[in-house]
Design a binder for this molecule. Structure first.
Ligand SMILES: C[S@@+](CC[C@H](N)C(=O)[O-])C[C@H]1O[C@@H](n2cnc3c(N)ncnc32)[C@H](O)[C@@H]1O
Length: 234
């Protein structure tokens, strides 16, 4: 079992830094209405896709290449009677007939071949559309040993600094990149959001051990590992 398998096994909703509170803060600055077409790439168990569909009544498509993630996302959408389309797809080879006004990628791109994922994403983004990406950024001072440890535990294909991420977005064809990191108001954190887990019965202990290891790594590297929101326009 790897880190992503453990997230799928535990059915973690909001498996990105800042969780749903960060998502809410990030979306507040965007213009989303009933006519907006949103694509959530690497949707995990579908927490963000469900939130968007419920709160903005717009068209939402959610894709992920992990079958258990998609199974749990589909269950979430069905239980809440939400008209979200969920598809098991590799975002490095996205082939969708539709074009989107907004693509959301929350803690996803670093797990993929970034050039391929961004090339795929930009192809399904309307010219006026925006990509919102929440990604881990590292300090350039990070040692090779620490870098190797983090990449191997999480299965990241790359660990990039903020400047390197911006370069990647520019190389993919985005013209304008805004970077921010909203401050989360602790009073906005609801217990319901914090409890968004949907456990599978098998291999629970192994999954919980990996989650524990993730928490220890996050604490140990809190001064070096950060995150940013990249708002990318064409
Ligand atoms: C850290 S989780 C974040 C999930 C979700 N965005 C969230 O915030 O809860 C990363 C997700 O990206 C998905 N993923 C990784 N590589 C992918 C790929 N090539 N194509 C589609 N999904 C991918 C994983 O299966 C996983 O669900």
């Amino acid at each position: 079992m790897n880190y992503l398998d453990s997230l799928a096994n535990l059915g973690v909703g909001g498996a990105h830094p800042g969780g749903l509170q960060l998502t809410k803060a990030m979306l507040k600055r965007e213009q989303i209405g009933p006519e907006t077409f949103v694509l959530d790439i690497g949707c995990g168990t579908g927490q963000t896709a469900a939130f968007i569909a419920e709160n903005y009544s717009c068209s939402v498509t959610a894709v992920d290449n992990h079958p258990l993630m998609i199974e749990k996302a589909l269950k979430r959408f069905k239980d809440r009677n939400l008209p979200v389309t969920a598809i098991c797809l590799d975002i490095e080879k996205l082939k969708l007939d539709q074009q989107f006004d907004m693509i959301v990628a929350e803690s996803v791109l670093a797990f993929t071949d970034i050039s391929l994922s961004l090339a795929s994403a930009i192809q399904v983004l309307r010219p006026s559309g925006r990509l919102l990406a929440v990604e881990i950024v590292v300090d350039s001072s990070m040692s090779e040993t620490d870098r190797a440890l983090i990449m191997s535990f999480y299965g990241f294909r790359k660990l990039l600094t903020e400047a390197e991420w911006k370069d990647r977005f520019f190389q993919a064809g985005f013209k304008q990149i805004e970077v921010d990191q909203p401050i989360i108001d602790p009073s906005s954190i609801s217990l319901d959001d914090a409890q968004d887990f949907h456990f599978s019965k098998s291999k629970l202990e192994e999954a919980l051990n990996l989650l524990q290891e993730h928490q220890e790594l996050t604490q140990a590297y809190e001064d070096i590992l950060h995150y940013r929101i990249f708002r990318c326009s064409r």
